[in-house]
Write a protein that binds this ligand. Structure first.
Ligand code: NCD
Length: 306
């Protein structure tokens, strides 16, 4: 059997393939009816070992809008996982029923392990504090659609850069495009991990680490806000001390360029005041919508559906 294509990390896709996925997503957005039967005989399984709203629903909605069907769990205790089944066995079994598997797991590397045992495509929907490649596809489609390009951008990533898997994937991927510059805005304790900095250094990408958002907000094309990842903290006191490090409000964005866009993978807690939602720069709900279309394109691509 031909080995399946997986998406564990965005580096599994070439730049050309990334562009193809974004083009396909645009085609689907323009002409959804044309694609509504493409996956009629296919089943997508969602194996979610960790909570989710956007990622799971957007995958399920994506498959349903392609005419396919869905199975899965959003709560591992309701499956044989609670009996102690290994990831390898669960994956092999689900692969007997489904044509493509989407997995979210609290352990870094779990979807990678699954992919080693799977004859059907595995999509990493977030592995611990590590990577979240389909959120990055979402972010890139949003940026490309609104800004027109993925190069020559000044990108501020703000919040929990240590545990926030979405920023790890985003930085890694945007480093592959030309002339991007990163502003890494976080409290000292939540700075970006060394391995992500390694990627930046390897690709000779300019970046600066700062603690104050005010110092750099005036320079940015994109401000990517993130939630402090409570579930990854070892103690609650540290979380409580750090959780409101950044609160983006109307006052703060007064100094931001008019054309800057504000993104957030969501869910938000306190880091963006709701008053900002009405500002034309706020694009995070639009971003959630792009997420479904890009996942439709990804499913089509990995299934080779024509
Ligand atoms: C993100 C995640 O799960 O990492 N959510 C998402 O998929 N949109 C961000 C977060 O939970 O903070």
């Amino acid at each position: 059997m031909l080995r399946a294509r997986h998406l564990i990390d965005t580096s599994d896709l070439t730049l050309k393939e990334l562009e193809e996925i974004f083009d396909l997503a645009h085609q689907i957005m323009a002409n959804p009816k044309e694609f509504s039967h493409l996956c009629e005989d296919k089943i997508l399984a969602t194996l979610f070992y960790e909570p989710s709203t956007r990622t799971r629903f957007s995958f399920e909605a994506a498959m349903l809008r392609l005419g396919g069907k869905i199975i899965g769990f959003s709560e591992p205790n309701s499956s044989s996982v609670s009996k102690g089944e290994s990831i390898a066995d669960t994956t092999r079994t689900v692969g007997c029923y489904a044509d493509i598997i989407v997995m979210r797991h609290p352990k870094e590397g779990a979807p990678k392990v699954a992919s080693m045992y799977s004859d059907v495509p595995i999509i990493n929907a977030g592995d611990g504090g590590h990577q979240h490649p389909t959120q990055t596809l979402t972010d890139l489609l949003t940026i490309k659609s609104i800004k027109g390009e993925l190069s020559n951008l000044k990108i501020g990533c703000c919040g929990d850069l240590k545990f926030g898997r979405t920023v790890h994937s985003l930085i890694k991927t945007l480093s592959r495009f030309e002339n991007n510059k990163f502003y890494l805005i976080s409290p000292n304790e939540l700075r970006i991990p060394e391995y992500v900095k390694g990627e930046l250094n390897k690709n000779n990408i300019e970046y600066t680490e700062v603690e104050k958002l005010d110092d750099v907000i005036g320079d940015l094309d994109i401000l990517y806000m993130t939630r402090v990842q409570r579930e990854r903290f070892f103690n609650e006191e540290d979380y409580i001390r750090l959780k409101d490090s950044y609160i983006l409000d109307i006052e703060k964005i007064k100094n931001a360029p008019e054309k800057m866009i504000i993104l957030h993978p969501l869910p938000r807690v306190n880091e963006i005041s709701i008053e900002v939602d009405d500002d034309p720069r706020a694009c995070y709900f639009k971003q959630a919508q792009y997420g479904m279309y890009v996942r439709m394109a990804l499913i089509v691509k990995l299934l080779g559906a024509k």
